[in-house]
Design a protein around this ligand. Structure first.
Ligand code: TRP
Length: 366
């Protein structure tokens, strides 16, 4: 039987999505959705995972479930082509996590580099919640319950995918071919792998205040671009400038296309020429920032406008999520029935368990 090509990916609903999410994964999801190359596409909000480090903040997660859904729809995730759903509404995911827990050791989890850095970042030290520690297992359940073949995510999710693949291999080895090994799909462009914050810091994060959100107004985008970190030694226009670690150029790597030069800055044929001039000296930061701002507005304006339209009808957005949860649940339930059968815990799915046990006790010497 030909294997279906299935995409699954998602985000924690802990805040509105920003352009790091966009170039890292969201833009790609929309392209893949519209490519027609996939049989099924699942995009979900990992609210259960968000709660693993927001235990005392359920209201934040609740509000952001709608914010993130709006960001999805605004970017072009189309509910007639993709199923959008919420993790906590699929109890089968908890069940699968519970079975997977037997297939992973504590030391294997401790070695997961993403979990390691996250634990440090959150100052959990010795009081790590068990749910947080084990979220890679639950993430493996998210992926495998839908038999996903392709998971488009950022680089930081690589250890999660590796863990999921190991779990699938171990499950199938013990219980027979049941689950599908997922493949990670990373952004092709290095600048998109990890878009820095507007302050040049390695990661865009809400707590650092260095994000450009998909829902930011045109004015906010303009202001944020104009105050972006560049080369601190590029003081006079005539000074030679450095493009490495220069956020404006990293963003141009992530966002600019040939046509943008024709449209906004025909003095340069392409990004390489622009970079060369900056490096030689004689090109001021403000000019480059103006160009970047024009490109960003071109990309973000349609997203912002679509978001405004969806915001006018929140009840419909909720209905999209509700329906998505229903569809997702059916798919996960189907996988779980296969999992229970493989694990020999499908006692009452048909009469075979009863028949077999009756026979076993009939043949017993009394
Ligand atoms: N850990 C992901 C993030 O922080 C969210 C996520 C949860 C996810 N389960 C997933 C992503 C399954 C892809 C597949 O962004």
């Amino acid at each position: 039987m030909k294997q279906d090509k299935i995409i699954l990916t998602g985000d924690r609903p802990t805040g509105r999505l920003h352009i790091g999410h966009y170039v890292g994964s969201l833009r790609r999801r929309v392209e893949l959705q519209n490519s027609g190359l996939f049989d099924k596409i699942f995009i979900f909000e990992a609210d259960g995972q968000a709660l693993t480090d927001n235990i005392e903040n359920p209201e934040k997660v609740r509000q952001n479930v709608i914010e993130v859904a709006l960001d999805y729809l605004a970017c072009g995730i189309d509910p007639t082509k993709s199923t959008i759903f919420i993790q906590s509404q699929i109890p089968e995911l908890c069940e699968l996590t519970f079975y997977f827990m037997d297939l992973v050791t504590v030391s294997r989890l401790q070695r997961n580099p993403t979990v390691k850095t996250e634990i440090q970042m959150r100052n959990f030290e010795t009081s790590i919640p068990v749910g947080f520690f084990t979220y890679p297992i639950s993430q493996a359940a998210d992926i495998t319950a839908f038999k996903a073949t392709t998971v488009p995510v950022g680089e930081d999710q690589e250890p999660m995918l590796e863990q999921a693949r190991e779990i699938v291999r171990r499950f199938n080895y013990i219980y027979g071919e049941t689950l599908v090994e997922p493949n990670i799909l990373l952004p092709e462009n290095a600048a998109c792998l990890r878009l820095p914050g507007t302050d040049g810091k390695a990661k865009m994060s809400k707590s650092l205040g260095n994000c450009i959100y998909l829902s930011d107004s045109a004015d906010e985008v303009e202001k944020k671009v104009k105050s972006m970190y560049t080369d601190p030694n590029h003081i006079k226009v005539s000074d030679p400038g450095c493009i490495e670690g220069n956020t404006v150029f990293t963003y141009l790597d992530a966002f600019s296309r040939q046509e943008h030069f024709e449209r906004y800055w025909p003095e340069y044929a392409n990004l390489d020429e622009l970079k060369a001039h900056y490096q030689r000296g004689g090109l001021g930061d403000m000019k480059v920032k103006k160009f970047l701002a024009a490109i960003m507005q071109e990309e973000l304006t349609p997203i912002r406008e679509r978001r405004k339209e969806f915001e006018k009808d929140i009840a419909s957005v909720c209905e999209i999520l509700r329906k998505g949860c229903e569809v997702a649940r059916e798919t996960a339930a189907q996988t779980l029935s296969e999992v229970r059968k493989a694990m020999k815990i499908d006692y009452f799915a048909d009469s075979s368990f009863v028949d077999e046990q009756v026979k076993r006790f009939q043949n017993k010497e009394v």
